[in-house]
Design a protein around this ligand. Structure first.
Ligand code: ZN
Length: 215
């Protein structure tokens, strides 16, 4: 299976779905596309690269201007379309189109416009309210990997949402909602034969466990 994460800013994928990324990299092909990498004149590409290396996934960053996505929509749409045509993902994960941050909102809207396959979205709690209807259980090692990846963004460490306690609390909060210790919450916007995909995931997980037991 191929998972494509399309995000507005370099740390968005890790913040919203770092646990999901960590939990699928061994069984699936994962690529993360950030539409920008410079924020407040700070180039975050090296921090992004270090973070992606922790997950060991494919990645790429465009250099669209942050907070000016509305002026660049045509080009951003072309970039998203190109990435989807080249990667041919089974599942795309992106921002909710209800996100209050304009860059996130535009990214979410453009992905919905361009992609007609399995689509999962996320919404940061500080950018709006949306009840998740799709949860991914996260194990402690996956949560730790998410935290390690976020620590790569040293220039952003002052931000309240980068706080380890907050990240863990958020994972516990989503976990409580679905009867797990830790989880990440998403919205399944569109699932096509999604039961089959879940079966494939379970089968991969079963084989993975069997392989580990053999070792
Ligand atoms: Zn963002």
């Amino acid at each position: 299976m191929k998972y494509l994460f399309i995000v507005a800013h370099v740390d968005d994928a890790e913040l919203a779905a770092g646990g999901l990324i960590a939990s699928i990299t061994k069984r699936h092909t994962v690529k993360v596309i950030s539409l920008s990498h410079v924020y407040n004149n700070i180039d975050l590409f090296n921090e992004f690269m270090t973070s992606m290396d922790i997950f060991d996934v494919q990645f790429f960053a465009y250099d669209f201007l942050v907070r000016r996505f509305s002026e660049q929509q045509t080009y951003i749409c072309e970039a998203i379309h190109k990435e989807i045509m080249n990667f041919v993902p089974d599942v795309v994960v992106t921002h909710s189109a209800t996100d209050r941050h304009t860059d996130h909102k535009i990214t979410g809207e453009l992905v919905v416009r361009v992609f007609s396959g399995n689509l999962i979205t996320f919404l940061s709690p500080w950018n709006g309210n949306e009840d998740p209807n799709y949860f991914i259980e996260i194990k402690e090692d996956h949560l730790q990997k998410k935290l390690d990846a976020l620590k790569c963004y040293k220039s952003q460490s002052y931000r309240l949402y980068m706080n380890e306690e907050f990240i863990r609390a958020q994972a516990r909060y989503n976990g409580i909602k679905c009867g797990k210790l830790y989880a990440e919450g998403f919205k399944l916007v569109r699932g096509i034969n999604f039961a089959d995909i879940c079966t494939v995931n379970r089968e991969c997980e079963r084989m993975n466990i069997a392989e580990r037991l053999k070792l």
